[in-house]
Design a protein around this ligand. Structure first.
Ligand SMILES: C[S@@+](CC[C@H](N)C(=O)[O-])C[C@H]1O[C@@H](n2cnc3c(N)ncnc32)[C@H](O)[C@@H]1O
Length: 332
């Protein structure tokens, strides 16, 4: 009998998993969509560690992005006052709803069936989530550069992505995402998680990190900062001299600054290029590479540019398509 069950299971495509194999209380089968990053975390030891490390108080409201079939959600509901779960797939929402009803936990769950990137987050105390890896960058930027204050975010991320968040200047993984996150938050490594701990298993291994917003952050225009780091890290191995003095960049900044109304006297190409050369020389940045600079050095360079009337602001929305850059980096 056991042999027969095994044979049937082996015939089932990897993305069509009978859910009763995952959860004894579910009778149905479901297609998992790779494009939605649907990989269910099944190892109870890892689920417990994630909840324990998140240090949830019984009065806390937890935000969970992508609850899926609810393995993590059920544990979060037991530990907290309320869970706000944002899930894009209504089939998952139905399963989650049934499971919480059966356990008498439904009243503590606020379900939002929407794309988390296109939803305004209600107030919450902390985030705990095994997120779809495809939205990691814009989601992180949305959380950190958004307006809702929170204590911490415990996230299960693609391993290479997590390594970038943990990288320091000079490390090969250090990039714009790391610099943008580290300006506002500290990142702690918790543990690696094998692809075998998920159903269906993803192609990559994962890591859990805890991101804690800093109590004090530098006084800086965050739009300005993100646009500046976008320029610096456009090609992170180029020197800053090569990046900022290129004809294309000078023209781009000329157009932006003359249109912004931020400067009293409009520049022409030559006067702006002179300013840029002056800033890079004065600060000793000409032959430096952005990936080797500390946040303080990058902030200093930006303020030198601003002092001579060179700005980078593009007033983009937080967590938009523009923030997807590091996902490509990770897949290199
Ligand atoms: C990696 S699975 C995690 C499932 C569950 N948290 C677990 O640990 O087993 C990611 C979940 O996020 C959902 N999802 C994908 N894109 C989303 C988006 N933009 N907004 C909200 N949920 C999304 C997927 O449908 C899927 O259920």
């Amino acid at each position: 009998m056991l042999g027969a069950t095994r044979r049937v299971t082996a015939l089932i495509p990897r993305n069509l998993q009978p859910l009763r194999q995952l959860h004894e209380d579910i009778e149905e089968s479901i297609h998992f969509h790779k494009c939605k990053g649907q990989h269910i975390l099944t190892n109870p030891r890892i689920l417990d560690t994630i909840v324990r490390k998140s240090a949830i108080n019984p009065t806390d409201t937890v935000l969970e992005i992508g609850p899926g079939t609810g393995n993590l959600t059920l544990k979060l509901l037991e530990a907290s006052h309320q869970v706000i779960a944002i899930e894009i797939d209504h089939r998952m929402v139905n399963i989650l709803e049934n499971r919480t009803l059966k356990r008498g936990l439904r009243s503590k769950l606020r379900l939002i069936t929407k794309d988390a990137l296109r939803t305004e987050f209600p107030p919450f105390d902390l985030v705990v989530a095994n997120i779809p890896y495809g939205i990691s960058s814009p989601l992180l930027i949305k959380l950190l550069y958004g307006t809702t204050p929170f204590r911490s975010a415990t996230l299960l991320l693609q391993k290479e992505f997590a390594r970038r968040l943990l990288a320091n200047p000079g490390d090969s993984e250090f990039n714009r995402l790391a610099v943008n996150v580290k300006l506002l938050a500290d990142v702690e490594f918790v543990m690696d998680v094998s692809k075998r701990d998920f159903l269906p298993p993803p192609k990559v291994d994962s890591s859990v990190v805890i991101i804690r917003p800093k109590a004090k952050i530098p006084e800086v225009d965050l739009h300005q900062w993100r646009a500046f780091t976008r320029t610096c890290f456009n090609n992170k191995n180029k020197t800053l001299g090569a990046t900022f003095k290129s004809k294309r960049k000078v023209f781009e900044l000329l157009e932006l600054n003359n249109a912004s109304g931020l400067i009293r006297q409009q520049d022409d190409f030559c006067s702006l290029k002179e300013k840029i050369i002056g800033v890079l020389r004065e600060g000793g940045f000409d032959d430096k590479r952005p990936s080797k600079l500390s946040i303080e050095e990058l902030l200093h360079l930006m303020s030198l540019f601003n002092q001579v009337g060179v700005y980078f602001d593009h007033h983009g929305e937080v967590g938009n398509e523009d923030d997807r850059f590091e996902v490509d980096d990770v897949d290199d």
